[in-house]
Design a protein around this ligand. Structure first.
Ligand SMILES: Cc1cc2nc3c(=O)[nH]c(=O)nc-3n(C[C@H](O)[C@H](O)[C@H](O)COP(=O)(O)OP(=O)(O)OC[C@H]3O[C@@H](n4cnc5c(N)ncnc54)[C@H](O)[C@@H]3O)c2cc1C
Length: 472
């Protein structure tokens, strides 16, 4: 009897709910960890956050639901890294941690530097406005980011799904993870939500916006890879069409229309979208599902299945209509659905579309970029024009959710109006947001202040010292 009560005392009861609203189930905590900074989500933002927090002295855990780092860039098969340069491709804007990562990958033959990627060249989109992409190798990204975590002293915890947190007087006091070995609890001083979906922020009661705020949500896409592409033939067709000014021909838009009429292409995609990888395969972004709630596992399951059906259809289309793809075959489909949009926090400051259009400057800039604002709506892509070609800025306050004192949010769930997030959700800015969040968390801990009270000048100075491009 005594033994039983000791066991019961050893495990603390945990009450589960979905964002604090669902049915409640009591489960025991089987293991507890403590750290200075807990980063949840190991995508581009989470990697940047964890490594930079640890480099600045914070004892850091990075918890990820999957079995590798990279998020959409590995488990989602998204490639290449979108532009990290000025629109003319001449100046690299996203530097710091991202540049270091690219350099390390390039040294291993696992990436092409963005300044070497001009339109029409190996790794660039064959489209206007897409200079400065980074073609990379998925495995090299997984390995290099794990190495960087290890070197910085980040403790990695894979197969750990964040399910909820406890909060007391405006502070998160513990985070709970579903694992194969039961519920694990992590107690940290500061938490960084890099789940893309703002799972931690939601559970902590931080206000957020979902999609357009009125129920509309951008389409999801399942990425896949094809092999046996004849790039010489692809390039020859591309060059001939560009010379003739035949944009529709370049992207096989007429063939897509013809195939749709023949019942061979039921998706609404208007253009082919194949990106050449270092190993000669092509990453394909042509499958698409509308109206999928990326927070609903059942809807995500259905979209994954639909995406794989569409991948088979696209491969048939490519083989029949696209020069150089006559013998292509499906090599792999992504494990994670490409979710463009779910929650964005309401931040201490939320970057507005007007800010980005006009390159508004802030007192607390953490990066600048020049990515397109493109919203993937049902049946078309909406581009939001800017009033200047100058880079636009992102302030530290947009990483700070309202109503929670010891939480930062980086990556796709940060605070920006919809069109701005449609631009800065691409991979290089997400690394930059992560770097800023991790650095800030560590600096705030050292200074003994809340992240909200961190002196922005100290943060900007440290980011500059760490290679972030923040011109006066
Ligand atoms: C269809 C599509 C096409 C795109 N094309 C490009 C492109 O060509 N180039 C480009 O640069 N960008 C592209 N992007 C954007 C880019 O891939 C993502 O927006 C970017 O990866 C977001 O980074 P992140 O770190 O915020 O989130 P993610 O990359 O989504 O990483 C989040 C991580 O958190 C983990 N996670 C989530 N929830 C939990 C939880 N509850 N507990 C524990 N772990 C959790 C996930 O497993 C994942 O590893 C595309 C995105 C989509 C959807």
């Amino acid at each position: 009897m005594r033994r039983i009560s000791l066991i019961i005392a050893a495990v603390s009861a945990l009450v589960f709910g979905s964002c604090n609203n669902g049915k409640q189930v009591k489960l025991p905590v089987t293991r507890t960890f403590e750290c200075d900074v807990l980063v949840v989500g190991g995508g581009p933002a989470g990697i940047g956050a964890a490594v930079c927090a640890a480099r600045h002295g914070a004892n850091t855990i990075l918890a990820e639901r999957g079995g590798c780092l990279g998020g959409m860039a590995t488990a989602g098969l998204v490639a290449p890294f979108m532009s990290s340069t000025t629109p003319d491709g001449q100046t690299m804007l996203i530097r710091g941690f991202y540049e270091e990562l690219v350099n390390r990958m390039e040294a291993q033959g696992g990436a092409i530097h963005p300044l070497k990627a001009q339109i029409g060249s190996f790794s660039a989109y064959r489209d206007k406005g897409h200079h400065g992409l980074t073609t990379f190798d998925y495995e090299c990204l997984k390995r290099t980011t794990e190495e960087m975590c290890k070197e910085a002293g980040v403790e990695l915890l894979y197969n750990a799904l964040f399910v909820r947190c406890d909060k007391h007087r405006g502070r998160i006091t513990a985070a709970y993870f579903a694992t194969k070995a039961g519920i694990w609890k992590i107690v940290a001083n500061t938490y960084i939500d890099c789940t893309g979906d703002g799972d931690v922020a939601c559970s902590a009661g931080a206000p957020y916006v979902y999609g357009d705020g009125e129920g509309d949500i951008q389409a999801t896409s399942l990425f896949f890879v094809v092999r046996n592409v004849d790039w010489k033939a692809m390039d020859a067709h591309d060059a001939a069409c560009r010379k003739a000014g035949d944009y529709e021909g370049q992207f096989y838009m007429r063939e897509i229309l013809a195939a749709r009429e023949a019942g061979e292409f039921p998706m609404w995609r208007q253009k082919i979208a194949l990106f050449q990888n270092l190993d000669g395969t092509a990453t394909v972004n042509m499958a698409q599902s509308d109206g999928v709630d990326g927070l609903d596992p059942k809807q995500v399951s259905d979209a994954l299945t639909e995406g794989r059906e569409q991948a088979a259809i696209v491969v048939k289309f490519l083989r029949k209509y696209v020069k150089g793809c006559e013998n292509c075959e499906l090599a792999s489909t992504a494990e994670q659905l490409g979710v463009r949009e779910t929650r964005r926090i309401v931040g201490e400051y939320t970057v507005t579309t007007e800010d980005a259009k006009n390159s508004v400057r802030y007192e607390d800039p953490v990066f600048c970029c020049a990515n397109h604002m493109d919203i993937h709506r049902k049946g078309y892509v909406e581009y939001v024009a800017r009033n200047t070609n100058d880079p636009y800025w992102f302030p530290y306050r947009a990483l700070l959710p309202k109503k929670v004192d010891n939480l930062l949010c980086a990556g796709r769930c940060a605070a920006a109006e919809r069109p701005v997030m449609a631009a800065i959700r691409v991979i290089p800015p997400c690394f930059a947001m992560g770097q800023a969040a991790g650095t800030a968390a560590a600096l705030a801990l050292k200074a003994g202040v809340r992240p909200k009270d961190l002196n922005p000048t100290a943060l900007v100075t440290t980011l500059r010292e760490d290679g972030v491009y923040l011109p006066e």
